[in-house]
Design a protein around this ligand. Structure first.
Ligand SMILES: CC(C)(COP(=O)(O)OP(=O)(O)OC[C@H]1O[C@@H](n2cnc3c(N)ncnc32)[C@H](O)[C@@H]1OP(=O)(O)O)[C@@H](O)C(=O)NCCC(=O)NCCS
Length: 172
């Protein structure tokens, strides 16, 4: 078992980003609003734009890519946490906690007061992960993809500086 670490992606990392993101979509198609087929068609320019437009972090296991997370601004002080994925071989060792921790540090440093995300119904492992980092369900629910019956629910976390404490809360 190797050493886990997390670092930001640089715009020049677009091919590595594409490889990790496509691996995530192939591995866990039910966890994401997008699809492998859709993103396989993205051009280099599109991947570069995605890296430039959001903070993204890469998890590595002894230097080998093993996970991904992104923070997409949705307003001056709000952002969505997206693309959370840890490769199956690296799960259960804290890579997800490292990724969420880095993404939230970046959000806090950028003055983001409220971070939101969507979790597919039944993805209990992901829900427990987010709850450990202070997220709680908002009550909002929507289909994972247009025209599909599977649902996803919203979770939200307010920054500690935003009046309410970002402590771990049980989902309800
Ligand atoms: C959701 C996901 C990112 C979580 O990653 P993970 O590595 O499995 O999760 P964790 O690091 O939280 O580890 C899982 C378990 O190992 C435990 N664990 C965490 N760090 C640990 C460590 N250092 N040593 C031993 N166990 C550890 C956790 O307590 C957790 O247990 P729990 O789920 O019973 O609470 C991962 O399962 C995944 O990529 N799934 C597919 C994609 C997906 O669902 N993405 C989320 C979209 S919203």
């Amino acid at each position: 078992m190797g050493m886990l670490s997390v670092r930001p992606f640089e715009v020049g990392d677009w091919a590595l980003y594409r490889a990790v993101r496509l691996a995530a979509l192939a591995d866990a198609p039910d966890a994401f609003g997008s699809t492998l087929e859709r993103e396989q068609a993205f051009t280099e320019e599109r991947w570069r734009e995605r890296l430039a437009g959001r903070d993204q972090f890469l998890a590595e296991d002894s230097g080998q890519a093993c996970g991904l997370i992104g923070i997409v601004p949705t307003g001056p002080r709000t952002a969505d946490l997206v693309s959370m994925w840890v490769a199956p071989a690296a799960r259960g060792r804290g890579a997800a906690d490292l990724l969420v921790g880095e993404a939230l540090r970046a959000a806090d440093a950028g003055g983001i007061a409220c971070v939101e995300l969507w979790v597919t119904q039944g993805n209990d492992r992901a829900e427990r992960l987010y709850a450990r980092h202070g997220f709680h369900r908002t009550g909002r629910v929507q289909p994972v993809r247009e025209g599909e019956s599977r649902l996803e629910f919203a979770m939200k976390r307010r920054a500690a500086t935003d009046g309410s404490k970002a402590t771990t809360q049980l989902p309800h």
